[in-house]
Design a binder for this molecule. Structure first.
Ligand SMILES: *Cc1c(COP(=O)(O)O)cnc(C)c1O
Length: 378
């Protein structure tokens, strides 16, 4: 499927589309990683817990990583019996712990306090781990930085000794977002090895988190080397748990221009979608990529959403022809953290959801007034 053809796929808009070939491409690199290093791979479903995608990833991944009981229940339902299901969250609650421990294969406790609290309730066939904060920041924006000052995510290495608490079988860290490079990971592992060299050998597993992208054989070579070396040295299972790396580039949001006018000399084009179908655009004031944009184009338009919020704006884009009512536009790289954060603010419906590959297009989900009513009728 050519990029410019994607906007012609949906019968109506707004529509959220997943390119299954693109997901397969990433899964291909993850398969190589597994074959060459024996790394275990989990899909972090919080980025897009769409079961069609989860099932597709299961052709390669060993299981799922989840952050809540609802995610875990969905993961359990989709996964085959022997899948690895890892939980980590700052949100463990007493009344949910039994179900979490029963349905998952490992929980990485987010603090020593919670480990102590829940240790008496741990069962036999269950693997307790500890999420650590390596205190090495690689993310510029501290809203994304698990190693920021006063971070709530994981136990800081400086608060741990060389000896891990008794009963802990695994270590977990997650410090990156959208990284093409494995250099930060190498640096983080070096710090962890320096502190825990003796206790790593006694562990059953280490989970290197997510935030990684996979785009070529050469690019993943350093990861293969690192995992191979860790496994050789410490004889433990090594996990990674990407989310965005699997679905981010595979997602598209197609919208139609429903109104168009001039404001102080600039063209403003109103779309039949809004930032509520991709809330990070507003949260992080980020301009999403648009397939139809021509950076050298002579025409420009501010693309805005159709809700009452004045700041419901995608950004100003350039085109080689004027934008008109009825035109379709396609945001790309919106597979992760868009649909899952979508809402029906102003009563505007969710987009229809499609999957496609080179030969097949499937509309897999639509929502209607009944779904909206069900949510709000009390
Ligand atoms: C969000 C998250 C991931 C996945 O991150 P991506 O950037 O989507 O790859 C993995 N592990 C943990 C602990 C996370 O919080």
């Amino acid at each position: 499927m050519q990029a410019h053809e994607i906007k012609d796929i949906p019968q109506s808009t707004p529509a959220f589309l997943i390119d299954k070939d693109k997901v397969s491409q990433t899964l291909h690199y993850l398969r190589l990683l597994k074959q060459r290093s024996q790394c275990k791979v989990l899909f972090s479903i919080k980025s897009l817990p769409l079961t069609a995608v989860m099932k597709q990833t299961l052709t390669v991944v060993d299981g799922f990583s989840v952050s809540s009981l609802f995610e875990l229940r969905l993961a359990r339902e989709v996964a085959s019996g022997r899948a690895d299901l890892h939980v980590t969250t700052p949100g463990l609650k007493v009344d949910e712990f039994d179900a979490l421990a029963t349905l998952s294969t490992a929980i990485s406790f987010n603090s020593l306090e919670q480990y102590r609290q829940f240790k008496p309730f741990l069962k036999e066939d269950f693997s307790p781990g500890l999420r650590v904060n390596p205190e090495l920041s690689f993310v510029e924006d501290n809203r994304y930085d698990p190693c920021r000052a006063f971070s709530k995510l994981g136990v800081p290495l400086s608060q741990l000794s060389a000896q891990l608490p008794e009963g802990i079988e695994g270590l977990h860290f997650h410090t990156l977002f959208g990284s093409h490079s494995f250099q930060p990971l190498q640096q983080t592992m070096a710090k962890i090895e320096a502190q825990f060299s003796a206790s790593l050998r006694a562990l059953k597993w280490i989970n290197l988190g997510g935030g990684y992208l996979f785009d070529s054989e050469e690019q993943i070579a350093p990861l293969i080397d690192l995992v191979t070396q860790i496994k050789r040295q410490y004889a433990l299972d090594v996990f990674i748990e990407p989310g965005n790396g699997i679905v981010g580039a595979a997602g598209f949001l197609v919208a139609t221009v429903i109104d168009c006018f001039l404001r102080e000399g600039k063209t403003v084009a109103v779309l039949d979608t809004s930032v509520n179908h991709n809330p990070e655009v507003f949260e992080y004031q980020r301009k999403p990529l648009l397939i139809e944009e021509v950076l050298t184009g002579e025409h420009s338009a501010i693309l805005v959403g159709c809700t009452c919020l004045a700041g419901d704006i995608f950004g100003e884009y350039r085109f080689n022809k004027p934008i008109n009512v009825g035109d379709r536009v396609t945001f790309s790289h919106v597979g992760a953290y868009s649909l899952i954060k979508s809402n029906r603010f102003n009563g505007y419906n969710f987009p229809d959801i499609y999957t496609f590959d080179d030969s097949t297009v499937r509309k897999i989900k639509t929502y209607d007034y009944a779904h909206y009513r069900e949510q709000w009728l009390t």
